[in-house]
Ligand binder design. Sequence first.
Ligand SMILES: [Ca+2]
Length: 519
Amino acid sequence: MKTLGIAITYEGRLVGKLTAAIVFLAAISSLRFAQNACFAAEKPNVVIIYGDDVGYGDVGVYGSKKIPTPNLDQLAAEGLRFTDGHCSASTCTPSRYSLLTGEMPYRKKGTGIARGNANMIISPDQFTLADVFQQSGYKTAIIGKWHLGLDDEKIDWNKKIVPGPEALGFGHYFMIPATNDRTPCVYISNGHIVKLDRNDPITVSYQGRIDDSVAGTKYPDARLNPEAITVYKGDGYHSATVINGLGRIGYMKGGKSALFKDEDMADDFVREAKKFIKTNKDKPFFLFFSANDIHAPRWPHKRFRGKSQNGLRGDAMVSFDSSAGEILALLKELGLKDNTIVIATSDNGPVYMDGGYQDGCETRGSSGSDRGHDASGIYRGGKYQVYEGGTRVPFIIRWPGKIKPGVSDALVSQIDLLASFAALLDRKIPAGQARDSRNYLKTLLGKDTKGAEIIIEHTSREKAIRCNNLKYIEKKQPELYDLSKDPGEKENLIEKFPEIAKEMKELLDNYSKQPLSNR
Ligand SMILES: [Ca+2]
């Protein structure tokens, strides 16, 4: 057993107060516990069930009335449900970048939403969440959606594609390279496109149409051949290549035998995840199950259609819940339930009609509600936005016997999973790596009810800082909110409390330059 070391640091300078009754900012302090000693001997399996664009209000236990999510609700009943759990950014690529590297996306260029043929965004030199596990003797895998780029030069989809996730600590992978709304619409597993016919080579372009002289199956462009759309239309940008009757971003030729089927994608990912769990049931394993649901275009398997009261978007959510349920059932069946930490969360907040896809959503973008369903619950905005709905997402953790079931209002962020799991496994983070990831293991295990005092919420254009329940949004006309009284970010206090705003801005500027961790 190691000594339990406690260090207290005061992140000074903030001395203002909103009112005594609201928040006293001088209370910004950080208690950092070296708390790993008790758990270092154990190697629980870890499964992250990651939704795509799943909002705070899309899960029953978080308030959804129109979308049944019995499996996630059950997970919450058996685990700890955070009400103030966040991803780092309100879109896919930067959020996933942060989850895996423990570094805020604005520290590195090129972490915006990636094209389908982007090169690796995370460098093989970077220490990742998967490295934490792999270096601790775990079998590691990502199954599902990647969207973090592949290869370090122009990708030849017909050859072995490296580097990829294997260079970032994942021993095994089966995934879509980017998203379901962009080419190439195929699976890649351990360097190779799955089921690729060498006589029908794949070419992908984000520069322009691919010349007819290039070999490979030709797919229609919905802007020239609108009749090719048989499911539903997207906007012009999401129309360049029609695959399975749905338009996609980017051009693609070839690879007909390798095309994924949208309605089978969730089942394909579950099958592969089950295979990985069964193969590694006797070893410690880390599975990043990165579902595609409920990203647009939404086309869940027909057994899920009509199963929600919120159209295809809700039905895709039922599919996501069902995928979670199948994985949870397998863990139980294999006797792994007690020795597996399961985290269910999402990469960013919700969006209704996205990409112009006419899937029945009546609301464009991520503000407000759609057909009586507010996918971010009481919080404002969603995907692409800097308001709470952009990053405050469902965040449930279960570890039977170790984490007492309940609800926690502690502020937690996915950026801190890397350092927290490193602490759990007593793994040292290399110097200069995962600079924004802090050890909040105690909070994740329910032994601390406060959590982080500072988190940063990020979009491609804006940044906000949360200091407990105070929130400052840096934009042309900055905004200041007190979430303890105004969770919906309705009353901008910037004029009322200019001193507080100034101090919050200084704090944000400071953390834009300095890492969030003080390792
Ligand atoms: Ca997403």
